[in-house]
Design a protein around this ligand. Structure first.
Ligand code: AMP
Length: 282
């Protein structure tokens, strides 16, 4: 198991990337907020296949958290993260500090409009502006040829694809499937917040989405019927349902009847922990 080189400043990261590019190496990039789990590791393993060099970033990005959200208590485990990253051959972990990424005086933010609206965009105002801005900054610093993101954060992936197309950013975007626990719960750094009883109830989100998918597989095409099937499974077991919606897989526009590839997306709280998940339909 080789060591991961830790780089902490944007200038040193850019120098490293410039040297790799001069050698003709293809750089694959996986941005994360750390507290790595098997889902993140699967992205790094896929990055290993995509590029000659793999760069991981670990940065709990303050601009994507709302004032009442979990920024201060977000799980952090740099040593554990580096060991997991090393196990799949990651070359570099870029771990900047807050002031490195947001020096005083910054006044440029990226606002991806339509796909940032609805779903998590409504429940977390400013969240996707924070995400798009920090990812664009990472692309400027790391200058990857390809960047990999999880479909677990489906709306985030759509926002990033839109931004890259709209700003002509020279980065290929690869989306990867959601890794799940044995019972189906989508892996998430936030699952660490769940008490044992909450953990038991959290699987209701997966089971709700699965119920909708089963109805879809049986031929049901009316969104409202599929959403109701999911809600019925979730209602008594989670504490608050933010949304269950069916949207077009590419544009994320709401759909009433499923004629093209779609996705059912859910966000719900179990105890104080807000969790998201989604499944493709067709
Ligand atoms: P995060 O650290 O939560 O910001 O996630 C970093 C990256 O890992 C994002 O592209 C996520 O979509 C992806 N990711 C998070 N959870 C999973 C999962 N269960 N399976 C696959 N990818 C994931």
């Amino acid at each position: 198991m080789s060591n991961v080189q830790v780089i902490t400043t944007p200038a040193a990261m850019s120098d490293w990337s410039e040297s790799a590019r001069r050698r003709g190496e293809r750089i694959a990039f996986v941005p994360t907020m750390g507290a790595l789990h098997a889902g993140h590791v699967s992205l790094l393993a896929a990055a290993r296949e995509e590029g000659d060099r793999v760069v991981l970033s670990i940065f709990v990005n303050p601009t994507q958290f709302g004032p009442k959200e979990d920024l201060a208590r977000y799980p952090r485990d740099l040593d554990g993260d580096l060991a997991k990253a090393a196990s799949v051959g990651t070359d570099v972990a870029f771990v900047p500090g807050g002031a490195d990424m947001y020096p005083p005086g910054a006044q440029t933010f990226i606002d991806v409009r339509e796909v940032s609206q609805g779903l998590c965009g409504d429940r977390r105002p400013g969240h996707f502006t924070g995400v798009a801005t920090v990812v664009a900054k990472f692309f400027g610093i790391v200058r990857p040829h390809v960047a990999l993101f999880g479909e677990k954060d489906f709306q985030q992936l759509a926002v990033i694809r839109r931004m890259v197309a709209d700003l002509n950013l020279p980065v290929e975007i690869v989306g990867r499937p959601t890794l799940r626990e044995q019972d189906g719960l989508a892996m998430s750094s936030r699952n660490a917040y769940l008490s044992p009883t909450e953990r038991g109830r959290a699987v209701a989100i997966f089971e709700g989405l699965s119920a909708a998918r089963a109805r879809f597989a049986a031929g049901e095409r009316q969104s409202s019927v599929l959403v109701d099937a999911a809600l019925a499974m979730m209602q008594d077991r989670v504490d608050c349902i933010d949304y269950v919606e069916i949207r077009a897989a590419d544009s994320l526009r709401l759909v009433e009847r499923l004629e093209k590839p779609a996705v059912i997306l859910a966000a719900a709280s179990v105890g104080a922990t807000r969790l998201i998940d989604n499944m493709r339909l067709g």
